[in-house]
Ligand binder design. Structure first.
Ligand code: AMP
Ligand code: ZN
Ligand code: FE
Ligand code: FE
Length: 280
């Protein structure tokens, strides 16, 4: 059986409510799923209940965006419960920064002649964390762009005219908070860090390992078999556990399927066994 250790629900920028995400996992035959919404733990109670009912294993988690000048560094933290704790307490501040950033993005878009309001974006997002995919979806609904990917490519991605930065945790601080909160840290989709050579990759991993990193995502939704085995070899060289997940977002990332990503993952169950063993 397979697992999926990186997924998003409507508590952040996924389209499926937590319970529906879990039912989908059961239909896909996954033995365990981790819920890893951006910056919040709001979907965990609903997901856990649904997992209990469907007989799917469940791991509470969160995805953090870290300070990394070269590109986007994200960290998935697993076994983070929705209760007070060092990381949990820090998440509220990150959400504030995210919200003020969304307001500025919308203002930029309006300056660029795109009629989008923050009210429309909030309505699109519902109750959870608001992210750029929600802004992109409103742009699509209004006919400003043909699809979400075009909204990113032309406006919202790093370096594009409506890109706005926000406060992020330093990698060392994030790792310290995750470890102090009883979680396990995974460097998510390493390719987005903008590192494209072995020397810089080694420097980055050495820095993160020294700061307490446990695992790196090797079985990712867009990595083919060759890419995955290369990443596993890299992980082993640095003493990191190879983790994996689809990064499923439902309709906000239409080509990525739960459990299988875009390229027919499965993430082996042995990955989860290794991560669990690292906790003791
Ligand atoms: P935010 O949390 O608001 O920074 O938005 C991050 C989300 O936007 C991630 O979940 C990605 O799925 C999506 N995203 C970020 N960059 C891109 C991109 N260049 N193209 C498509 N989606 C992206
Ligand atoms: Zn997302
Ligand atoms: Fe991510
Ligand atoms: Fe993600």
């Amino acid at each position: 059986m397979a697992v999926d250790l990186h997924t998003h629900s409507s508590a952040s920028d996924g389209s499926d409510p937590p319970a529906r995400l879990i039912r989908l996992a059961a239909e896909q035959g996954l033995s365990t799923i981790a819920l890893t919404d951006h910056d919040n733990l709001d979907g965990i109670t609903e997901a856990r209940q649904a997992a209990h009912e469907s007989g799917v294993g469940f791991i509470p988690g969160v995805e953090l965006s870290l300070e990394w000048p070269k590109g986007g560094m994200h960290m998935v933290a697993l076994w983070i419960e929705d209760r007070p704790g060092p990381l949990q307490d820090r998440l509220a501040g990150l959400r504030d920064s995210r919200n003020s950033r969304n307001t500025v993005i919308v203002q930029r878009l309006r300056t660029l002649g795109i009629d989008v309001t923050i009210e429309e974006v909030e309505a699109e997002a519902g109750e959870g964390t608001v992210g750029r995919p929600h802004i992109a979806a409103v742009m699509v609904a209004k006919g400003a762009v043909p699809d979400i990917q075009t909204a990113f490519n032309e406006y919202l991605a790093h370096g594009r005219p409506a890109y706005v930065d926000r406060v992020r945790l330093e990698p060392e601080e994030a790792l310290q908070l995750v470890n102090a909160s009883g979680g396990v840290s995974i460097l998510a989709h390493p390719h987005t860090t903008g590192i494209d050579n072995r020397i810089e990759m080694a420097d980055m991993l050495e820095r993160l390992v020294a700061a307490g990193l446990t695992s790196i995502e090797c079985h990712y939704g867009t990595y083919d078999a060759e890419g995955r085995s290369g990443m596993v070899a890299l992980a082993r060289r640095f003493g990191l556990i190879p983790s994996g997940g689809s990064d499923y977002h439902g309709t906000y990332k239409p080509e990525t399927e739960l459990g299988t990503g875009r390229v027919g993952l499965p993430v082996p169950e042995s990955v989860l066994a290794e991560l669990e063993a690292s906790r003791t």
